[in-house]
Design a binder for this molecule. Structure first.
Ligand SMILES: Cc1ncc(C[n+]2csc(CCOP(=O)(O)OP(=O)(O)O)c2C)c(N)n1
Ligand SMILES: [Mg+2]
Length: 349
């Protein structure tokens, strides 16, 4: 049953990205870097769709296609040692935090060479050396973890932010409210980055939120909060940089609502029957890669040769990652209980 409760880009609180002039200070290298990263994520996930159909990737697979401007803009705003806690829709964030496409792809294949040794799969990408604390299958499950990481930083006097990424659906969960309350009460350096794609699985925002203005909800906890155009990578990066500086300087937690849209179904299992095709098509017209490319071309910052190079590099990176994952090793059956149960007679670590 197609619902009429989804958003249209016109209801969106922001003018379209392509109507915005480029900031005069934007350096060409920076702009191309943002574009390159959105393309890397998009192409990696398009390949994941093919590999899923070929049953090389199994289990759940949640794609970020359409939402890339959010992950790229946010992750570009962070310092290298700042922690990120994400959701099951996290392939792009993991790539941006420096987990290699090889380690991500091998993890999706369930191979030992994956970043979680093949035990997590697509939803549980994790790398403590990159301070990327997952990948979490539980809606809102990452929020208390982020608050704990930020509390540790505060107690140990480190001036850095912890970022928590979550969807609009998480704002309806108790964990959001408990986390926002403690972060505000204890003045913790947490960036609450909400990816509002207007749906929690098949439930439209207006059907799951008493207050669909999510920034207003966060503000009620006494933290600054604003809505940002999540289809505009520059708007995202600028807001994320500003809020990260505020948090690092001891301003306490901050909440940004990035309004965005997923072009694909919730996961590969979802027949996507709850929204009109026309709504999806309308949003595709605001594709963050296409609109940003058009703006850069108009400003003379992007030419065909740049696009060809970006595409070729992304393809080479993904081809290499897929070959690496193919050549990887599935865990032997006898490892099934390793790190799951403590062998009899041994103390739990
Ligand atoms: C605590 C909990 N409840 C329900 C689910 C089932 N579930 C998985 S994804 C999802 C929707 C979450 O939507 P949102 O937070 O908006 O994130 P999005 O998938 O849109 O990125 C639900 C209800 C779950 N994983 N965890
Ligand atoms: Mg959502």
């Amino acid at each position: 049953m197609p619902s009429q409760t989804g958003p249209s880009p016109e209801e969106f609180v922001h003018p379209p990205a392509d109507a915005q002039p480029l900031p005069p200070a934007l350096a060409r290298e920076e702009a191309l870097g943002l574009l390159r990263d959105m393309v890397r994520i998009r192409r990696m996930e398009e390949r994941a769709i093919e590999l899923y159909s070929a049953t090389k990737i199994r289990g759940f697979l949640h794609l970020y296609i359409g939402e890339e401007a959010v992950g790229v803009g946010c992750m570009h705003a962070l310092a290298e040692d700042e922690a990120v806690v994400a959701t099951y829709r996290e392939h792009g964030h993991a790539l941006m935090r420096g987990i290699s496409a090889r380690a991500i792809m091998a993890e999706m294949f369930g191979k030992q060479e994956g970043c979680s040794r093949g035990r997590g799969g697509s939803m549980h990408l994790f790398d403590v050396s990159r301070r990327f604390y997952g990948g979490n299958a539980i809606v809102a499950g990452g929020l208390p973890i982020a608050v704990g990481l930020a509390l540790a930083d505060k107690l140990q006097g480190r001036e850095r932010a912890t970022v928590c990424i979550f969807g609009d659906g998480a704002v309806a969960e108790g964990e959001f409210h408990e986390s926002a309350n403690l972060a505000a009460l204890w003045h913790l350096p947490v960036l609450f980055f909400c990816e509002n794609n207007f749906y929690a699985m098949g439930t439209a925002l207006r059907r799951h939120e008493s207050q669909p203005d999510l920034a207003a909800k966060a503000r009620s906890y006494g933290m600054p909060a604003e809505a940002v155009n999540g289809m505009d990578v520059l708007a995202v990066a600028e807001a994320a940089r500003r809020s990260a500086a505020f948090v690092r300087e001891g301003g306490g937690p901050c909440f940004l609502e990035f309004q965005t849209y997923r072009f694909r179904a919730h996961s590969m299992y979802d027949p996507d029957l709850y929204r009109d095709k026309a709504e999806v098509e309308e949003w595709r017209g605001h594709d963050p890669i296409d609109t940003f490319s058009a703006r850069l071309r108009k400003a003379g910052m992007l030419e065909d040769a740049d696009v060809a190079r970006i595409e070729a590099d992304a393809k080479a990176e993904i081809d290499d990652a897929v070959a690496f994952a193919e050549a990887g090793t599935l865990e032997p059956l006898e490892h099934l209980l390793v790190d799951v149960t403590t062998p009899a007679g041994q103390e739990a670590p």
